[in-house]
Design a protein around this ligand. Sequence first.
Ligand code: ZN
Length: 553
Amino acid sequence: MQKRVLFLLPASALLALASCHQNNKQGDEIPVFNKDSLGQHIQVLASDSFGGRKPFSAGEAKTVAYMQNSFTRLGLEPGNGNSYLQDVPMVLITPDADAVMKVQSPKGKFDLKKTDDFVLSTENTDSIISLNNDELVFAGYGVVAPEYNWNDYAGMDVKGKVVLVLVNDPGFGTADTAIFRGKTMTYYGRWTYKFEEAARQGAKACLIIHNTEAASYPFSVVQNSWGSSNLFLDRRGSGDKHCALQGWVSADAAKKLLAAAGKDSSLIVSANQHGFKAVSLGERLSLTVKVKSVYNISHNVIAKITGSKRPDEYLIYTAHWDHLGIGKPDEKGDSIYNGAIDNASGSAALLEIARAFKSLSTPPERTVIFLSVTAEEQGLLGSAWYAQHPIYPVSKTAANINMDGINALDSTHDVIVVGAGQNELEEYIAEAAKTQNRYIAPEAHPEAGSYYRSDHFNFAKVGIPALDCSSGIDVVGKGKDFGKQQKDDYTKNRYHRPSDQWDTTWTFNGGLRDMQLLFMVGKRIANESTWPQWKTGSEFKAIRDKSLAVVSK
Ligand SMILES: [Zn+2]
């Protein structure tokens, strides 16, 4: 408790920072963000005493208190009634599957081996889950996409059955830009979608066939992150549907399954064609999984500035506060995963942008929400909970701007918009970037589906236009090769390692400018009477149209 006070800025410093504004050519008031203030937050949040900010650890209590006290000091109102907290109930599920899955096929019996051939996970908290000679159906990409007139489940009832599906989407499979979005992954390509759709179809289990190129990571990544303990939202009483079991099979195991059913790779190729029909493989699967479940509650921190003209319309800034906690030591013996960039930096930026909005001479017209979410690292859980249990109506929420990692290094000429082509926030950011003499650059790997991998995505999923962008690689005065090297160095030497810790050489020249950009976009959204829209062809447009239609009725 004493320590926290040490790190907080005195009131006089707050006043000094509050007056740090400049006006741009259009006469707009733009704040000048301050490295010392940003850096102070990061040093506290990423200090060893916060223990890597893992949900449910002592680090959670410190982090949540720090965020809440900072919001209070800045003069923000509590965002959840009288409270700055939103409870996020979760459950840690540990499945223990049989060592083999028994397969009964038209060509005889065989076993698939756990870990080598398949991995399984469950969101089901029953103590025993089993497959008992359950029928296996190949359902292509497992996609139902009305905007592409595509339904892999058409004419096939998979209730109570096990579905086997391909990763990615038919656009990737054909590399034809006329099919889905070609190589750019749509949400239909993500594994999370496959499980959600299989559940909607009433399937008992869903197995995804792994493919390194289509998944954008090798089977070893799947083996490492599946089959052990996983955190999920506590969905007791929600009526949410999910498959009893969900998992992956290796490419070799899939080949075995197809061959034993008398099929070959032509079946997989046929899934790329419009009008593909799911087929039963005439195989039956058996296995038992013992399940342990432990319930616990983590917290989102939420604060707001009430709008002056349209208080019942909202803009939400988000950044996740959590990181990986204490884990496997690195070569230096350091076991604290401080997460200075990921995401103490985004949390610090959230506080500094809140400060900037609070100190505007004219308050924002719409209500601006600052939401610091938990358990991003465990599967975007805090943001998912908020999106499913919104404190403010989804249909009245104009947009979400997410921050996950702020550029601690040099400024860049380019800004990367993740998920280009999704919504009009892309134009908002392009216009704001122009005022900084910067340009928008495309993502390097659109097939990886990065748009579906951070917290903003949970807002997109319920129809709220969401923005995810980052510094580019075109470093001012040093060029693209240098910038790419810097990014690669972070990925290789710091990302999700104990070495992601405070570095005295950080200038934040890039990050401070990026924050200014995100502030400009947010200020425009907060003060305009119109709403940013999803673009035609976006898989989230229909969801938004539906939620707005319900409100206007
Ligand atoms: Zn991370």
